[in-house]
Design a protein around this ligand. Structure first.
Ligand SMILES: [Zn+2]
Length: 87
């Protein structure tokens, strides 16, 4: 298994960075340069786009059930539930 990433595809590093900043991106807490970077990445990367959609759903659910402030582990729990029920 020694596949090198294709020239114009998103790299693993890009994915990690995008996912790391996803919550901030959804909360509009990122500087616009970083937001642009993530938005670009989501156009290129279906995997991260899926995660983005999921995360947005989770935020929505959590918001409905708990108001604006939700503990991180609740988000994680809901996210895990959504992922499990998906397959
Ligand atoms: Zn990605």
């Amino acid at each position: 298994m020694s596949t090198t990433p294709a020239g114009d595809g998103p790299s693993q590093d890009d994915c990690e960075q995008a996912l790391e900043q996803l919550h901030q991106f959804l909360d509009h807490e990122l500087p616009s340069a970083d937001s642009d970077h993530i938005r670009d990445h989501l156009h290129l990367c279906e995997q991260c786009l899926d995660t983005y959609d999921l995360t947005q759903q989770v935020k929505d659910l959590v918001h409905k059930h708990c108001g604006s402030a939700a503990p991180d582990d609740l988000r994680t729990k809901v996210l895990r539930t959504l992922r499990t029920s998906d397959s």
